[in-house]
Design a protein. Structure first.
Length: 313
């Protein structure tokens, strides 16, 4: 057994302006000495919804390559890991402190990150890939029942549909915030109704005011195995486009939206969404998701690497 190598680990809370709220993230720096199997094991150890690993960029001019792991699998793209890792790179000086933007390399390709210092709190904004609309599910009663609800809780004239900008989610619009809070996350129930549709995580939400949404994300049945996520940036970009497409948010040339998520589970988060529409087209030609980041902990990780290991789920 080779001796332990030591890696700096930063722990931050994302999509919040106060510690111990938002969505926690562990960021392992200078992780090029770790095999994918060790990355997966470390993600299981932190047991957060995601842990990221910072590697040297493969293209000149990009800030870093970032690999994203849940406790059970690697993801090609995710929101709070992108925003949180970007903040850590700025805080560590890996990205120049006065940088206005930079690019992270993720599984979906290059992800631009914009730094907004115009307000009292610095916010980072990530640009999503183009939105794609997928399957519409007709089993409205079955889906409502699987969520512990009835069809009366479903928003009228809004389809239940799979939408993605890199990671597919099933969007379920509900009547109000009380219906969102009343929903339950059940692996067995959601598996039974979504198995034939590829088991996408479920993103349920309600419009609660002008350009404001109240949201939750359930994924115990999906490959992520996340019972509930406090803040889901990869789902929030498509959420904004979906809400505008079906009239829950008014369309304009620029649409700012705030999605409150994680409140029911005691991790209140505020995910900011910005949509740009060219000539009021059906779909936005630019989708950004942003928020604030709060540092929580700096640690030293001591592990050995095993290059012959393989990831098991």
């Amino acid at each position: 057994m080779s001796p332990n190598r030591r890696y700096r680990l930063r722990w931050v809370d994302v999509f919040t302006e106060r510690a111990l709220a938002g969505n926690p993230l562990a960021v392992v720096l200078e992780a090029d000495g770790l095999s994918p199997a060790r990355m997966q094991a470390i993600a299981r150890e932190t047991n957060l919804s995601e842990t990221t690993f910072v590697l040297p960029a493969t293209s000149a001019g990009n800030a870093a390559r970032v690999r994203i792991f849940t406790p059970h699998m690697e993801l090609p793209f995710a929101g709070h890991p992108t925003v949180g890792t970007g903040w850590v790179l700025l805080d560590e000086g890996i990205v120049a402190e006065d940088a206005g933007s930079f690019v992270l390399e993720e599984g979906v390709g290059p992800v631009p990150v914009r730094v907004d210092r115009s307000g009292p709190t610095q916010r980072l904004w990530m640009t999503h890939p183009p939105v794609k609309y997928g399957e519409v599910l007709d089993e409205r009663r079955d889906i409502a029942t699987a969520l512990g609800l009835s069809t009366e809780h479903l928003a009228r004239d809004v389809p239940i549909q799979v939408v993605t900008t890199g990671v597919p989610f099933l969007y379920v619009a509900l009547t109000d915030a009380r219906a969102v809070d009343a929903a339950v996350s059940s692996r067995e129930a959601l598996t039974s109704v979504l198995d034939a549709h590829g088991l996408p995580p479920v993103f349920l939400f309600a419009a609660v005011g002008e350009n404001r949404l109240y949201s939750r994300m359930f994924g115990p049945h999906s490959a992520t195995r996340i019972t509930e996520d406090p803040a889901t940036g990869s789902a929030s970009g498509p959420l904004g486009a979906f809400a505008v497409r079906y009239g829950l948010i008014a369309r304009a040339a620029e649409v700012p939206i705030v999605s409150e998520q994680g409140t029911k589970m005691g991790r209140q988060s505020f995910v900011r969404i910005r949509l740009i529409y060219a000539d009021l087209a059906d779909d936005p030609n630019r989708i950004e998701v942003g928020g604030s980041v709060v540092p929580v902990m700096t640690a030293e990780l001591a592990v050995t690497d095993d290059p012959d290991s393989t990831i098991t789920s």
